[in-house]
Design a protein around this ligand. Structure first.
Ligand code: SF4
Length: 331
């Protein structure tokens, strides 16, 4: 077994303290022959520090497309030619989406908007939407609305948003190649405010944006330093019309190395398969991920691309004999 896995077997598994950047980089560059051992160890670490439960989440877009920002992977930017039109969801549709998500057994329902940060119209929509969902559906409500002010953080916390998603997307050193309309630091500031207000921090990114493997390791330890409650792991699904639209999806083996390395960097976090896993890994790869450090999934469709049917994922989790996390009324 490679030294790095022996070391991780001693340190990460026994103490719950993640690998350092050099260790993460070594895992990210392991030869294919060592990948099964890396995934096996990552699975043991997940079972030891997180347990066997899988957290299931559904997401809904309350405002789709027409975003003023220029994240080069994103078809919701209004600055590219991607065929996503600006659309708002009404409150009854939002409640229905929450109801359907809860019916799958999911405990998390994340309301997402394609914006730089919320304006008054979006905050009003959140006020009404969250009240309506809480009156009718038993599910944790999360939100992902971009960069927040202190007042907006306070209001969302008071409304009962228990987890806030804001992805750092990529390594700090690579971020300027991906986004030019705001900075990594602006994103980081929102995460700091979210944590201070008592909401859970959900922060991940997209792998395969053209970052080097060293930058992938850099990103893993930058996330680990934030001690996020959840890390959604996306793999680039190149969208037509975006600046990254002609990039190739990353190879499945590299995606699995990333899963193992990120779990070994963050033994205690909820590590969620998010967008891009279907084209990068397919069905078999998704199983290997769930047996290699992943302990959460998004069911149903993503924001601009189709996922797998919710039932297929729930069935797969059942076949793997992993219990689905139950609601513990955190709000
Ligand atoms: S990732 Fe978010 S902020 Fe960036 S363009 Fe897409 S919707 Fe806008």
């Amino acid at each position: 077994m490679p030294d790095v896995l022996e070391r991780a077997g001693r340190d990460v598994l026994e103490t719950g303290v993640g690998l350092d950047e050099a260790g993460v980089l070594t895992v990210l560059t392991l030869p294919d022959d060592d990948l099964p051992a890396a995934l096996q160890l990552a699975h043991e670490v997940r079972m030891r520090w997180c347990g066997p439960e899988v957290e299931v989440e559904g997401i809904v877009s309350v405002k789709t497309g027409g975003c003023p920002e220029d994240c080069h992977f994103c078809s919701q930017s209004g600055l590219f030619t991607s065929p996503v039109r600006a659309v708002w969801l009404d409150i009854p549709a939002l409640v229905e989406a929450a109801r359907q998500t809860a019916a799958t057994g999911a405990t998390e329902f994340c309301i997402v908007a394609a914006v730089r940060g919320p304006d008054e119209r979006l905050m009003a929509q959140m006020r009404q939407g969250i009240a309506a969902i809480r009156a009718e559906v038993d599910i944790n409500i999360a939100a992902s609305l971009g960069i927040l002010t202190q007042d907006q953080v306070d209001e969302l916390a008071a409304l009962g948003v228990h987890r806030y998603n804001h992805n750092l997307e990529t390594a700090r050193s690579y971020f300027p190649q991906v986004v030019t309309t705001h900075t990594w630091e602006e994103r980081f500031d929102t995460l700091r405010l979210v944590r201070k207000a008592g909401m859970e921090v959900c922060c991940g990114g997209i792998i395969g944006l053209g970052e080097s493997v060293e930058q992938r390791a850099e990103f893993a330890v930058q996330l680990a330093a934030l001690e996020p409650d959840e890390v959604p792991l996306n793999f680039l699904n190149p969208r037509p019309g975006t600046p990254f639209g002609d990039r190739a999806p990353m190879p499945g083996a590299d995606a699995l190395r990333t899963v193992a390395a990120f779990r070994l960097a963050m033994p205690r976090t909820v590590l969620r398969f998010a967008g891009g896993r279907e084209i990068t890994l397919g069905d078999l790869g998704a199983r290997r991920g769930l047996l290699g450090g992943i302990n959460a999934v998004i069911v149903g469709n993503y924001l601009t691309t189709l996922g797998r049917p919710a039932d297929a994922d729930i069935d797969m989790i059942g076949e793997l004999r992993m219990p689905i996390k139950a609601l513990n009324h955190s709000f």
